[in-house]
Design a protein around this ligand. Structure first.
Ligand code: AGP
Length: 603
C-alpha cells in the first residue's frame, strides 16, 4: 500500500516529509517522491527504490519558512516502479499524490487526451492533476476545480494536491483508503495515511470518512461531503509508534488477517465489471492456443495454486496441473508450448519458483506471474503479471497474500472460461456477483475471533493435528495445517478427508485433534462420514460448518454462504485466526517464527 504525508507550516519541510515517509516504510514501497510549494516556487523530487535514494537526491535542498509539502511512497499497482510512475504527478503548475486505484482512469485519460492533455506516466493517478487543471482552465476557482475533480473519480483514493493557483492550501480527498489530517498547537497542519508519522507532531487528528474532501490552510481544516461543509470531529492521537504501525493489533499477522477485507477490494478494483473480467493490460490474445495450465509455487502460494486448479478444470474446463517448485526443478518435466505456465509468489523472490519459471521460459512456454511485489525478480522475467495488490505482508505466515492470490486466480479462471467459450455469460455474471461478495466475507467476525481465542486454550498439546477437507477445502486444509505448524510449532497435517481410512486414522485417539472443514456447499455428507469415523475412534474434533454437528467436541458455526468459494474464504480466516491464537497462548513470536524467513531466496 502507498504512503502519504503532507505538511503546512513554517518548519523545514524536506526533513518533515522524509521523516514522515520513513515512518510509513513498514507499508512497503518501490519508489518515493515529494513536492514543496513555497511562495511562487514549486519543487519536486522522485526516486526509485528505498528512501535513501530520495534523501540523496534532496541532500542539497532545504525549505525553511512558510510553505506546503506533500510526500509519497508508492507500492506499484498500475505501471512499473520507475521514476516517471513515482508520485507526485505533475501538471503545469500543480502536483498530486494518490493512494488507491482510480477505477475509471482510462476513460478520464481518454477524455483529457482529447482535450490536449499529455501524460507522462502509466499510472491511474496522473489523471487527477490534469483533471484539476482542466477545470482551472475552464475558469473555476481552485477549490471548485478540486471539488469537480473529486466528483469525477470512481474507486479508492487518498489524495493530496498542491498548486500554484492557491499557494496557501493543500487540497485533499478520501474514499476507501485511509487519510488522516491533524493539527499541532502551533497551528501547523499534517496529513498521513496512518498514525505513525503524526506522532510527536500533531496532537488532534481527524480520521477522514469515505467520500469526504476539502482543503487545509494554516491552522484551518475544511471538510466537505456532498458539497456540505462538515464539522471536523477531532480525536487525540495515540502515542505508541509501533502499535501505530500495527494499528493497534498485537501482531502484523493479526493486522494482515483483518486487512484482508480491504485489500480484497483493491485486488478486485478495476478488474470486474457486471459481466466480464478485465485482467489489467493482458491482451486476450495472450491466451490463444493455450490448452493446458501448469502452476508452480511453494508453501502457501502452492496451496492457492492447488485450490485454483479445481477452478481451472471445473470453471474454465482447461486441464490444470500444479507442481511444488522444488520438485519441479529436478523432475525433467515434459513441457508443451500450448501450456500456460503460471507462477505464484508473494515475494516474487522465492528461489525455487524463480528457477522453475526460468525453465518454463527456456522451454518456450508463455508465462504469467501472480505476485505481490511489482519490482521483484519473478515479475521482471514473466511475460505477463497479475499483481495481488495486498500491500506489504510483514507477517512471515502468509495470510492476505493467500486470499488475494486465490481471488486473482478465480478471476483468471473466469476470464479463461469465457475466452475459451466454456463459460456462458449468465454463469460469468453470477460468478462475478459472488466474487464481489468476497471482501465482505473476509471481514473478521469479532464474535468468531473471540470464540477462537477462548477455545484455543484446549489445543496447546496433543500429538498432532489433522486438518481435513474435500475438493477446494483440501488445499485449505493444507494451508490451515501450515499456518498452525509455522507459528505454533505443533505438528499438523492437511489431508483429503477421504484419505483418513487409508492409514492416517490409525493415529486417532483423544489426543489427536482434527480440524474438519465441513462446508454445506461441497460434499458435506462425505466429509461428515469421514469425521464420524474419526470421532468413533475418540479423536477430538473441531468442526467448522454452518450445519449443527453434535458429535464435534468443539464447533465453530459458519454463516452458511450459498457458494463454495464464499465458504472457502470464510473458513480461511478461521484457520488463520486459530493458528494465531494458539501461537499467542504458546508465547511464540507470531510475526517472526523460529527458523523461518519471509522470503526463501535460497534453495
Ligand atoms: C507461508 O505462510 C510461508 N511463509 C511460506 O510457505 C511461503 O508461502 C513460501 O515460502 C512461498 O513464498 P512466496 O509466496 O513469497 O513465493
Amino acid at each position: 500500500m502507498c504512503g502519504i504525508v503532507g505538511y503546512i507550516g513554517e518548519k523545514e519541510k524536506k526533513k518533515i516529509i522524509l521523516k514522515g515517509l520513513k515512518e510509513l516504510e513498514y507499508r512497503g514501497y518501490d519508489s518515493a517522491g515529494m513536492a514543496i510549494l513555497k511562495g511562487n516556487d514549486i519543487t519536486h523530487f522522485k526516486a526509485v527504490g528505498k528512501l535513501k535514494n530520495l534523501e540523496e537526491k534532496t541532500k542539497n535542498f532545504t525549505s525553511e519558512g512558510f510553505g506546503l509539502a506533500i510526500g509519497h511512497t508508492r507500492w506499484a499497482t498500475h505501471g512499473k516502479p520507475n521514476e516517471i510512475n513515482a508520485h507526485p504527478h505533475l501538471g503545469e503548475y500543480s502536483y498530486v499524490i494518490h493512494n488507491g486505484i482510480i477505477e475509471n482512469h482510462q476513460e478520464l485519460k481518454n477524455e483529457l487526451q482529447e482535450k490536449g492533455f499529455s501524460f507522462l506516466s502509466q499510472t491511474d493517478s496522473e489523471v487527477i492533476v490534469h483533471l484539476f487543471e482542466m477545470f482551472i482552465k475552464e475558469g473555476f476557482g481552485a477549490f471548485e476545480a478540486f471539488e469537480k475533480t473529486v466528483k469525477k473519480l470512481q474507486g479508492a483514493y487518498a489524495i493530496l494536491l498542491i498548486s500554484k493557483v492557491d499557494k496557501e492550501k493543500i487540497f485533499f480527498a478520501k474514499n476507501l483508503v485511509p487519510l488522516i489530517v491533524g493539527k499541532s498547537s502551533e497551528n501547523e497542519i499534517f496529513f498521513s495515511s496512518s498514525d505513525a508519522p503524526l506522532i510527536g507532531y500533531a496532537q488532534d487528528v481527524v480520521y477522514l470518512h469515505d467520500k469526504t474532501y476539502g482543503y487545509a490552510q494554516k491552522g484551518e481544516i475544511n471538510i466537505y461531503e456532498n458539497s456540505v461543509l462538515q464539522k471536523p470531529k477531532f480525536k487525540k492521537l495515540s502515542i505508541s509508534k509501533l502499535s501505530a504501525q500495527k494499528e493497534g493489533f498485537r501482531f502484523f499477522m493479526e493486522k494482515e488477517i483483518y486487512e484482508q477485507s480491504a485489500v480484497a477490494s483493491e485486488t478486485l478494483m478495476g478488474r470486474v465489471q457486471k459481466n466480464r473480467v478485465i485482467l489489467d493490460d493482458i491482451d486476450d490474445s495472450f491466451f490463444n492456443e493455450i490448452n493446458e495450465i501448469k502452476i508452480c509455487a511453494c508453501g502457501t502460494s502452492y496451496h492457492a495454486a492447488l485450490a485454483s486448479s479445481y477452478l481451472f478444470e471445473r470453471v474454465s474446463k482447461i486441464k490444470c496441473s500444479v507442481e511444488i517448485a522444488s520438485e519441479f526443478r529436478y523432475k525433467e518435466p515434459l513441457l508443451k508450448n500450448d501450456t500456460l505456465f503460471i507462477v505464484i509468489s508473494q515475494s516474487g523472490e522465492t528461489a525455487d519458483t524463480l528457477q522453475a519459471l526460468k525453465m518454463a521460459k527456456k522451454a518456450g512456454l508463455k508465462t504469467l506471474a501472480v505476485c505481490n511485489v511489482d519490482n521483484s525478480s519473478i515479475v521482471r522475467i514473466s511475460d505477463e503479471i497479475l499483481l495481488t495488490r495486498a500491500g506489504i505482508e510483514k507477517g512471515v505466515a502468509s495470510t492476505k497474500a493467500f486470499t488475494t492470490q486465490f481471488i486473482v486466480l478465480w478471476m483468471l479462471a473466469l476470464k479463461l472460461g469465457e475466452l475459451k467459450g466454456n463459460l456462458g455469460q449468465n454463469i460469468v455474471e453470477s460468478e462475478i456477483e459472488t466474487l464481489l461478495k468476497v471482501p465482505a466475507v473476509l471481514k473478521v467476525d469479532e464474535k468468531i475471533h473471540e470464540k477462537i481465542r477462548r477455545l484455543s486454550k484446549r489445543y496447546l498439546h496433543g500429538h498432532g493435528f489433522f486438518f481435513i477437507g474435500r475438493d477446494l477445502f483440501f488445499p485449505l486444509a493444507l494451508e490451515g495445517a501450515l499456518k498452525l505448524k509455522e507459528i505454533s510449532y505443533l505438528h499438523a497435517e492437511g489431508y483429503p478427508a477421504g484419505e483418513m481410512k487409508h492409514g492416517p486414522i490409525a493415529l486417532a485417539d483423544s489426543e489427536l485433534f482434527t480440524v474438519a472443514l465441513m462446508p454445506k456447499t461441497m460434499l458435506y455428507d462425505k466429509v461428515k462420514s469421514n469425521v464420524e469415523e474419526l470421532s468413533a475412534r475418540d479423536a477430538t474434533i473441531l468442526a467448522l460448518s454452518p450445519l449443527e454437528f453434535d458429535i464435534a467436541d468443539d464447533f465453530i458455526k459458519t454463516k452458511g454462504y450459498d457458494h463454495p468459494m464464499l465458504e472457502f474464504f470464510e473458513m480461511s480466516v478461521i484457520v488463520q485466526l486459530l493458528a494465531l491464537e494458539i501461537s499467542v497462548r504458546l508465547g511464540n513470536d507470531v510475526d517472526m517464527p523460529r527458523n523461518l524467513a519471509k522470503s526463501v531466496t535460497v534453495e
